[in-house]
Design a protein around this ligand. Structure first.
Ligand code: ADP
Ligand code: MG
Length: 319
């Protein structure tokens, strides 16, 4: 096996609020191989975006990385200086946000933004940067004639494609997609994901794909990580998670998205709601909603244990 591209160990991220810290990423361990697509799923508020921003070190206050290690391309990300971080972001690790409007400048054309991103990081001429900007747009399925357009002149789907072009501009080794298609309709979403898949096969970058839609993620990813209330509860190959999920929460999520099992009936949502991270339940955080919880689940945090090849789950009860 090749050395991991990214390795996360014991990572804890807190939001330091007036009423005390809220731990939004709780002792997370994860590895990512070069060229791999890792999906991250979990209900809204479970810490997915916080984790992504911790990897890029773009967390705004009041968030603080309380503990842990992040190693990317053999370098200690949490020890990097601001100039080192500027050298890593976009060039080696980039991100596409839920709304590309957040990444796009409303007062310059998309061509200028793409060219400026290239010029800021690479010693090329303006002419060369503009040529590459056109090639990037074509690469995400937008005719180069649209270089002179402003973000507001484009549809939501086109803006997301420009966001992807920006993220790919410097040919990074890892692209983090944080709910990149949530605001789009299903057909545009499918087109864009297919497009990213093709680009990923051609260019060979690794992807972390974040979504709350487990069915979509299973189709798109090589490996899948399931988060519940700031903790990683299951991780494994997408095919294994789709057919033999181990954690009761993952099983519940799969039942809630019947597109995975086309023959299944109506969606069956998991009873109850996710806990507040301010006052999480003790032991296994899923126990209040779990159909198979036993007494020990209320007291002890279950360890993430190997249950099959490359398959880990934090549930000692499920079989
Ligand atoms: N600005 C903030 N201040 C305080 N707590 C926050 C803030 N942003 C996020 N959180 C906490 O972090 C948790 C995880 O948020 P987030 O990472 O955005 O979740 P996700 O992306 O999975 O929906 C939230 O449930 C909330 O408790
Ligand atoms: Mg989020």
């Amino acid at each position: 096996m090749s050395a991991p591209l990214l390795s996360v160990r014991d990572l804890c991220v807190d939001y330091v609020t007036e009423n005390g810290p809220v731990r939004a990423v709780d002792t997370v361990d994860l590895d990512l191989s070069p060229g791999e697509i890792l999906g991250i799923a979990g209900e809204s508020g479970c810490g997915k975006s916080t984790l992504a921003q911790a990897l890029l070190r773009t967390l705004p206050p009041p968030a603080v990385i309380a503990r842990g290690r992040v190693t990317f391309e053999g370098r200690d990300v949490l020890a990097m200086s601001e100039p080192e971080l500027r050298g890593m972001r976009w060039r080696r690790m980039s991100m596409v946000f839920q709304s590309a409007m957040d990444a796009l400048n409303p007062v310059t054309t998309i061509g200028e933004q793409l060219a400026d991103t290239i010029l800021a990081h690479e010693p090329v001429s303006g002419t060369e940067a503009r040529r590459r900007a056109g090639a990037l747009l074509e690469r995400v399925g937008i005719p180069a004639e649209r270089l002179g357009s402003y973000a507001h002149q484009l549809s939501g789907g086109m803006r997301q494609r420009v966001g992807i072009a920006l993220a790919l501009a410097l040919e990074p080794a890892l692209v983090i997609l944080d709910e990149p298609t949530t605001a789009l309709d299903v057909i545009v979403e499918r087109e864009i994901l297919a497009h990213i898949r093709t680009l990923q096969r051609t260019l060979g970058f690794a992807v972390i794909y974040i979504t709350h839609d487990l069915a979509r993620m299973l189709q798109f990813s090589d490996r899948v990580a399931i988060f519940y209330a700031a903790r990683l509860v299951e991780v494994g190959p997408a095919a294994t998670i789709a057919t033999a999920p181990r954690h009761p929460y993952t099983r519940g999520l799969l039942r809630a998205f019947p597109r995975v099992h086309a023959e299944a009936g109506a969606a069956e949502s998991i009873p109850g709601t996710p806990p507040s991270l301010r006052t999480p339940p003790p032991g296994c955080r899923f126990h209040p909603r779990c159909p198979i919880a036993v007494e020990a689940c209320r007291r002890e945090r279950p360890a993430l244990l190997e249950v099959g090849p490359g398959h880990l789950a934090a549930c000692p009860v499920a079989r």
